[in-house]
Design a protein around this ligand. Structure first.
Ligand code: MOS
Length: 745
């Protein structure tokens, strides 16, 4: 189904099930521990052995020798695979560094071998007996030291310029120019990367934990040099991803190689302490924001530059990108630069680009508002825009993650599909009690706590992605949905069941949803907050086809057929769906496609974050006291699961603001705090009262669901709202995340 024109009335608007706070349909499986995660697959194949990965002890250089003799002789050892004996391996499309190093080492803890043994403990013991000699090269580990060597990444719209930024900024009546830094961050999802691999001749079956089934199937095949149709990937339950599982990682490839060598199924999970350096992280950034405005608070010039680091060929953390679209202003410039470094691979983490970009831009907006003597909510409202002020033309095929798009003329200032940013700010200010904030910092006190309030915009793009699904109606009237879409804890099972239930007019209990299997139609997968809207639209498209097939089978006019209460009806005639299916099950499959829709209408989600903090007057300990997010993100398919997504994202924003930082050892070239004892994330006791308001919105330009993404909008801006609240409480402006108490004393 091609969706390229505004949605009019459609079956989804019946709103019996879509839009309801339906409990997770997979909830009982989760709470009873019976949802099988990759490491729980004890029964799917017999005779499973265990692999233990050895990570490189140097960040850059060469493996000189690897002595396997002691390890091979250790109890229970079946096979040891390294680059010397693995056979030819390629690099996956989505990997910057190789998943099995040798002889060259590209980063610390890059896998150099996997030891396969009868038990996990035997594999781990033997791994410690492998003797490796390295030849270490010098490396670059400090972003500040190489910032000036950063370059524009290839194949991306790295820089934009509109008007004459430099001149306009210099002649602005009021100016702000600030430099800010954000930290290296680790996804720290609950379930580690894990895979079970099993070969049947030349066919590989992989039970794994991965957000993007089709990408991972392709990359497993490419890495191992086998045809794609010989790879079967299953990932029906995933214990969190946040972008860490968008791509195939060493667990999957080394489980497959281990299984081939051992001639048995092999299970590999990455130990927690291996994850931050072996897998991907969000790069630290240095950012400079310049804002020029009239005395009345109209932005005349806005410039945002972002520098981050990555391995050679790696992509930047695009901190400046949202500044092209968020606020008005005649003269503008943005640039995203990346410096070559030798830290582990940097890649997407929840709201890549916008999360650190908004964390910085929205402090700068607060600083500018203060200089102007304008309330920060008002300053943002003053600079709203209903068209994109700066829309670069992207080079074709620039982004390996982007979908295939038809060539369409470039629109320099497209309208937003829907933008209710001002309404978010106004609703939030009113509901939060913003009028009680003191414009002057350090004025409010509650016992030993200095109290402050902060606001920030939330903004994150809403990506349109092709997505397919298959639906089957059987003789019992049970509808089964099949798509390779994943549920990373987000609620995909539930919203897809709701969508199918609404479309076919049957109770949700009669819908079965099967996900995360590469034998199902290729969906959009889970990433970039595109999963919910697009996968539901794919199910919508398949159901539209099934409706037509059912009507035809029943001899009813498909145009006039109404699907409700388990019946298909035209006028007086109605037939139970189960009966309509006839003797055989009815099957329909379709793909939602958007053509050039997102070229003509910029697709974004909007919101506002309000935060109240307390700062201990003596110790400078920061406690978040209250948080409110107001979101305008199209139709909310399920307010319960959507709220959970936003609450989770807000919590992650608290981490980014106050705690999270991968500490770099710039001599040895690795992240030191590579476990959950040293890398701090917020826990329940850190999280106070959180509230989420969804504006009543439908977006007819976003998809037939009229919905958008929500899961990453919730983090964008949170850190700045906290930073601004800390400033309001104390009068101390911290421009360097995380805001730990040493920076306030
Ligand atoms: Mo998200 S960082 O694309 O999983």
């Amino acid at each position: 189904m091609k969706f390229n024109e505004p949605a009019t009335t459609n079956p989804i608007d019946q709103l019996k099930v879509v839009g309801q706070p339906v409990d997770r349909v997979d909830g009982p499986l989760k709470t009873t521990g019976t949802a099988p995660y990759a490491m729980d697959r004890h029964d799917v194949v017999p005779n499973q052995a265990h692999g233990y990965i050895i990570g490189s002890a140097i960040p850059k250089g060469r493996i000189v020798s690897m002595d396997l003799s002691a390890a091979r002789a250790a109890p229970g050892v079946i096979a040891i695979v390294n680059a010397e004996n693995a056979g030819k391996l390629a690099k996956g499309n989505f990997n910057t560094a190789k998943l099995l190093a040798g002889p060259r080492v590209e980063h610390y803890h890059q896998a150099v071998a996997v030891v396969v043994a009868e038990t996990f403990e035997q594999a781990r013991d033997a791994a410690h007996l492998v003797r490796i000699k390295y030849d270490r090269d010098q490396g670059v580990f400090d972003l500040h030291a190489v910032k000036n060597k950063a370059t524009a990444p290839k194949g991306e719209a790295a820089e934009t310029k509109i008007g004459n930024f430099t001149g306009a900024f210099a002649s602005s009546a009021m100016r702000h120019d600030g430099e800010y830094t954000t930290a290296h961050e680790s996804h720290s999802m609950m379930e580690p990367h894990a895979s079970l691999a099993s070969w049947d001749g030349d066919r590989l079956t992989l039970w794994t934990s991965n957000q993007m089934i089709a990408w991972s199937k392709g990359d497993v095949a490419k890495t191992l040099g086998i045809p794609k149709d010989k790879v079967h990937v299953m990932s029906p339950y995933i214990g969190g991803g946040f972008g860490s599982k968008l791509f195939v990682r060493a667990d999957a490839i080394l489980a497959a190689l281990g299984a081939r060598a051992a001639k048995r199924p092999v299970k590999v999970s990455l130990p927690r302490a291996l994850i931050p350096n072996n897998t991907t992280h969000r790069s630290a950034t240095i950012q400079r924001v310049r804002i020029g405005a009239t005395r009345e608070g109209k932005i005349t010039a806005i410039g945002h530059e972002s520098w981050s680091g990555n391995l050679p060929e790696g992509s930047p953390e695009n901190g400046a990108t949202q500044t092209r679209a968020l606020y008005a202003g005649e003269h503008r410039m943005t640039s995203n630069r990346v410096a070559v470094m030798d830290l582990p691979e940097a890649n997407a983490m929840r709201a890549p680009g916008e999360a650190p970009g908004m964390a910085v831009l929205e402090i700068a907006m607060d600083e500018m508002a203060e200089k102007l003597g304008i309330d920060p909510v008002q300053f943002r409202i003053l600079n709203d825009t209903q068209v994109v002020p700066d829309n670069p033309e992207k080079p074709a095929g620039a982004d390996p993650q982007s979908k295939d798009k038809e060539k369409a003329p470039h629109v320099p200032h497209p309208p937003f599909s829907k933008r209710q940013f001002v309404q978010c700010l106004q609703t939030g200010a009113q509901r939060f009690g913003w009028d009680k904030r003191s414009a002057q910092p350090g004025k409010l006190r509650d016992g030993r706590w200095l109290v402050g309030m902060g606001v920030a915009a939330a903004f994150r793009d809403n990506l349109l992605m092709k997505s397919a699904a298959r639906v089957r109606l059987d003789r019992r009237g049970i509808l089964t949905v099949e798509t390779d879409m994943t549920d990373i804890g987000t609620g995909s099972y539930t919203i897809l069941a709701q969508t199918a239930s609404e479309m076919m007019g049957i109770p949700i209990e009669r819908v079965r949803v099967r996900l995360g299997d590469s034998s199902f139609p290729v969906s959009c997968g889970s990433g970039g907050q595109w999963g919910g809207n697009n996968s539901a639209a794919g199910v919508y498209a398949a159901c539209m086809k099934l409706r037509a097939a059912i009507a035809q089978q029943a001899g009813l006019d498909p145009e006039r057929a109404i699907f409700a209460d388990g019946l298909v009806r035209v006028g007086e005639r109605s037939i139970p769906l189960a009966q309509a299916a006839g003797e055989r099950e009815l099957v329909a499959e379709d793909t939602i496609e958007y053509g050039d829709l997102d070229k003509r209408f910029h697709q974004s989600t909007f919101g506002a974050h309000f935060v109240e903090v307390g700062v201990d007057a003596a110790t400078c300990e920061v406690r978040v006291r209250r948080m409110l997010a107001v979101c305008a993100a199209g139709r909310i398919i399920n307010p319960k699961t959507a709220r959970s997504q936003v609450i989770g994202a807000m919590t992650m924003g608290v981490g980014a603001a106050l705690m999270e930082e991968l500490a770099v050892d710039t001599r040895l070239g690795y992240f030191v705090n590579h476990d959950l004892a040293g890398y701090e994330v917020p826990v329940h006791a850190d999280i106070p009262h959180q509230e989420v308001i969804f504006l009543d919105e439908t977006d007819p330009m976003s998809s037939p669901m009229k919905a958008k993404g929500i899961a990453e909008l919730g983090i964008c801006g949170v850190a700045a709202a906290i930073a601004n609240a800390v400033y309001n409480a104390t009068g101390v402006r911290v421009r360097d995340y995380p805001i730990t108490l040493d920076k306030l004393i």
